[in-house]
Design a protein around this ligand. Structure first.
Ligand code: ADP
Length: 486
């Protein structure tokens, strides 16, 4: 690897604890690489359990005063943070593309999307209403108030280095919680930049802390095991979500989990096929297929199967793949060799079991972890692409005959995050939407995420919701007050 000094006013080679940029007691460093080039972007202190404990102490100490600030003041600080993110969107997007690989335009979109959560919860902060309940007897009065849960630990993945963090910390901070945040080891620079701007916005010391390090399990054990932490909010794999939930069981610690998906994308024969192709491109190939709501299994009704496959393959073959900083590029690299190996394995397994490649199908030679955007036909149930999240730019097309048949197949998974379908008939639209066992359904659209809507899954895709007014509830306790002798 070659060292490219990546300079930005928003970077620090440190973690952020109690308002101080620090290495803590870390004696070693870890490297952050650009997945498009393999170049070294930065070396950061490899912080672990000890630094996490210090950050938790800081968050714990800072929490009562932060919660005591009038909501309007917390709101104003968050609003300022939002404004700073928007004003510096290009700079933040450049950091994001460099460490994660997604095309610059998409990275800029993520920065604005991430900022929108801060804007939204800056507004919601002022609207955390309680309740009065008509009492069953005349001598009592009954009231419900909402209070922050306390210190929150967040653990987030690399695929949305900005948005996965703001979705959690914006509602948490808005309602008066304080946070210890651990970004993914592949993409800590965006998190650092967010903290630099938070500091400029006037967030008090200790309210938002960032731990950078490679030992996720050690940091996670401290966050889950430390009694000062009242809640864990995690986005990542179902496998790690299960570990964290187990570790939180001892203290009955609250958890919000946004885990894996295996999204079905269904095209019925009365759909607008061109719209369905556009939807499939948006849902499948965004972020090079590396989102938990990416279409993973595409089911196409028999009599439009060939037409849909041909139209999709024609569009996919035209997609420009490369370094996210190059103009016109829509597909960047996969995050690392491991991510690429999984995609290769899914494709070779499908081909060995009888699938055919319409376009793409292989790794692109040279530097960086690029995989050609791919469309597979003749895909069947026994293949890996049917059961596991591929997390890459591969669209496997399954053929189906009837509505009942496709609903049964679509629901035949332990996951329940996002599903999509394209159809014309209104009755079918309602029936299918109700029958799909998913937390979010895109109907005649391939894009549905928004800070205004509740994002989250059912079954083994998670617990809780992020975004919308419901997203604040995950960071609030309900307290019932009963006044007697009135
Ligand atoms: P991905 O496949 O997106 O990398 P992971 O679930 O492995 O998904 O990682 C998501 C986040 O969880 C990352 O920040 C990673 O460092 C962290 N992580 C991984 N293993 C553990 C663990 N055992 N405990 C706590 N955090 C972990």
């Amino acid at each position: 690897t070659k060292h490219v000094p990546f300079s930005s006013p928003f970077l620090r080679a440190a973690g952020y604890i109690n308002g101080v940029w620090t290495s803590g007691d870390a004696t070693t460093t870890f490297d952050v690489l650009n997945p498009a080039t393999g170049e070294l972007l930065a070396s950061l202190p490899d912080m672990g359990a000890a630094e996490t404990r210090t950050a938790i102490d800081a968050a714990y100490t800072a929490q009562p005063a932060w919660a005591a600030r009038p909501a309007k003041e917390r709101s104003a600080i968050l609003r300022k943070w939002f404004d700073l993110m928007v004003a510096n969107a290009d700079e933040l997007a450049a950091i994001l593309t460099a460490e994660m690989g997604k095309p610059f335009a998409e990275a800029r979109g993520e920065i604005l999307y991430a900022a929108a959560y801060i804007e939204w919860y800056a507004e919601e902060a002022k609207r955390i209403y309680g309740e009065t309940i008509p009492a069953p007897s005349d001598d009592k009065r009954m009231i419900v108030i909402k209070q922050p849960v306390g210190v929150v630990g967040t653990i987030t993945p690399w695929n949305f280095p900005a948005a996965m963090i703001t979705r959690k910390i914006a509602p948490a901070l808005a309602v008066g919680c304080t946070v210890v945040s651990k970004p993914a080891e592949q993409t800590p620079l965006t998190a650092i930049a967010l903290a630099v701007l938070a500091e400029q916005a006037g967030l008090p010391s200790g309210v938002f802390n960032v731990i950078v390090g490679t030992d996720g399990p050690a940091i996670g054990r401290e966050l889950c095991g430390n009694e000062k932490v009242r809640k864990i909010s995690f986005t990542g794999s179902t496998e790690v979500g299960r570990i964290l939930m187990r570790q939180c069981a001892d203290q009955i610690k609250k958890v919000s989990l946004e885990l894996g998906g295996n999204a079905p994308f269904i095209v019925f024969d009365d759909a607008d096929l061109d719209a369905a192709v556009e939807g499939a491109i948006a849902s499948k190939y965004r972020n090079a297929g590396q989102t938990c709501v990416c279409a993973n299994r595409l089911y196409v009704q028999s009599n439009v199967y060939d037409a849909f496959a041909a139209k999709l393959a024609a569009k996919v073959a035209e997609m420009s793949v490369g370094d996210g900083f190059k103009a016109g590029v829509v597909i960047g690299p996969l995050i690392d060799e491991q991510g690429l190996a999984k995609v290769e394995e899914h494709v070779s397994d499908a081909l060995a079991k009888g699938a055919r490649v319409l376009t793409g199908g292989k790794r692109i030679d040279g530097a960086g972890t690029f995989f050609a955007p791919t469309v597979l036909t003749g895909v069947a149930r026994g293949m890996k692409v049917a059961r596991e999240e591929t997390f890459g730019p591969v669209a496997p097309l399954f053929r189906f005959e009837t509505v009942d048949d496709v609903i049964a197949q679509a629901n035949d998974t332990e996951f329940g995050l996002a599903a999509y379908f394209f159809a014309g008939d209104l009755k079918k639209v309602w029936r299918v939407a109700e029958a799909l066992e998913y937390g979010m359904i895109g109907i005649n659209t391939g894009l549905m995420s928004s800070e205004t809507a509740p994002f989250g899954g059912i079954k083994q895709s998670g617990l809780g919701r992020e975004g919308s007014r419901h997203g604040a509830d995950d960071y609030l306790e309900m307290k019932y007050l009963c006044i007697g002798g009135v």
